[in-house]
Write a new protein. Structure first.
Length: 261
């Protein structure tokens, strides 16, 4: 009699490594506040027993990811090797980086690449004139998807019913006085942006800052990322963004479509 194969969901459940999950959860809690943290603070933040958190921290210390003076714990620069591994292995970063550099030089403004991570966007690459990173969004920076131009063009790939449910369920806190938080208004805005093929967000994500984005599609038309350009409202008008920045972004996104798998 042939052996019955277990469902994938069952296999995933049995293959789940709880200790690794706890370690990663604790590691992320270092980003909740600046400066060193005590064992008690970290255990409480990660919702772990103190003894469990202690074992995880000493394991991370042995691996070089955490340093301690016996009371306070801090991350070490070795943690950045994890991010570096992602950036080196990410096809979308390797393909888009030359494009970001070129359009940033043409516009004399910083350009950025972002991906969707849950209800947030994460900036994973950027280009700037003369490669001078003196301003703009840092790599790894996170923002809510609903109020950012990159987030809206990526959310626009969802079907209307799914998008409405997603917007209703997600946390929608105002980032500035201009931030739209009503799910019905956001739904209409994202649908309109989908039809236009770009999103322009004016002072909703950060005070005094506006940005314009286009989706990055792979060969099968699936949206996998977004690229944008932003500037302070005192320097660049919305009209200039559409007239000068939008064609550069559209050209860059179209150029890489057949290169992305």
């Amino acid at each position: 009699m042939p052996k019955l194969k277990r469902p994938d969901s069952v296999e995933r459940a049995t293959d789940f490594v709880e200790s690794l999950d706890r370690g990663l959860r604790l590691l992320k809690k270092f980003g909740d506040k600046s400066g060193p943290m005590t064992l008690s603070d970290l255990a409480r933040a990660a919702e772990l027993p103190r003894a469990t958190a202690r074992r995880i921290l000493f394991t991370l210390e042995r691996g070089g990811f955490v340093a301690t003076d016996g009371k306070l714990f801090t991350l070490t620069p070795h943690v950045l090797t994890l991010a570096a591994s992602f950036l080196r292995s990410s096809q979308v970063v390797s393909v888009l980086q030359p494009v970001l550099d070129r359009i940033a030089a043409a516009a004399q403004e910083i350009s950025s690449l972002a991906v969707l991570d849950g209800d947030e966007v994460v900036f994973i690459a950027r280009g700037s004139p003369a490669r001078v990173f003196s301003a703009g969004l840092d790599i790894g920076y996170r923002l809510p998807a609903f109020c950012t131009s990159v987030g809206r063009v990526m959310l626009g790939q969802l079907k209307n019913i799914e998008l409405a449910a997603r917007l209703t369920a997600m946390r929608r806190e105002a980032m500035t006085p201009q931030t739209a938080t009503d799910p019905k208004k956001l739904l209409a805005t994202i649908i309109a942006d989908r039809e236009k093929g770009h999103s322009l967000v004016d002072r909703e994500a950060e005070p005094g800052f506006r940005s314009i984005s286009v989706p990055v599609r792979r060969y099968d038309n699936t949206i996998i990322a977004a690229i944008n350009m932003g500037a302070h409202v005192d320097r660049v008008s919305t009209a200039e963004m559409i007239d000068r920045f939008l064609p550069l972004l559209q050209g860059g996104a179209e150029e890489v479509r057949d290169l992305l798998l």
